[in-house]
Design a protein around this ligand. Structure first.
Ligand SMILES: N[C@@H](CCC(=O)N[C@@H](CS)C(=O)NCC(=O)O)C(=O)O
Length: 111
């Protein structure tokens, strides 16, 4: 695999487009209906507490996205939760924010 990655590359823009493809975007293993990792499963459960309206991308189905988004966001694991293009974090951070009561604001969910 060609691992070169620059901000000028079309891959960068494709990745950005993907991250922005939904106001809340979850990069996970499996799907919300069938998570294939306990960390992804937990984050789906937490997100669903606030809304069912989020996009997802299954990184197990695309090794290029799986590796490049780690570099792009400087975040080495999945799940990764984004709100309006901004990385919120993975399972630990999302769980903590949920428990602290500040996740709703981070997600900008008005429900
Ligand atoms: N502490 C992490 C746990 C997530 C984690 O360790 N994920 C691993 C195993 S599912 C991972 O994504 N590894 C990189 C990979 O599989 O590409 C979090 O808070 O999200």
């Amino acid at each position: 695999m060609n691992s070169s990655f620059s901000e000028d590359s079309s891959e960068f823009h494709n990745l950005r487009d993907l991250i922005y493809s939904s106001p809340i975007m979850l990069f996970m293993k499996g799907s919300p209906d069938f998570p294939l990792c306990g960390f992804s499963k937990k984050v789906v459960e937490i997100l669903k507490f606030y809304t069912d309206d989020f996009g997802f991308f299954d990184v197990l189905k695309d090794d290029v996205v799986r590796e490049k988004i780690k570099i792009f966001s400087n975040w080495p694991t999945f799940p990764q939760v984004y709100a309006r293009g901004e990385l919120i974090g993975g399972c630990d951070i999302v769980t903590l924010l949920h428990e602290q009561g500040s996740l709703r604001e981070k997600l900008s969910v008005n429900v």
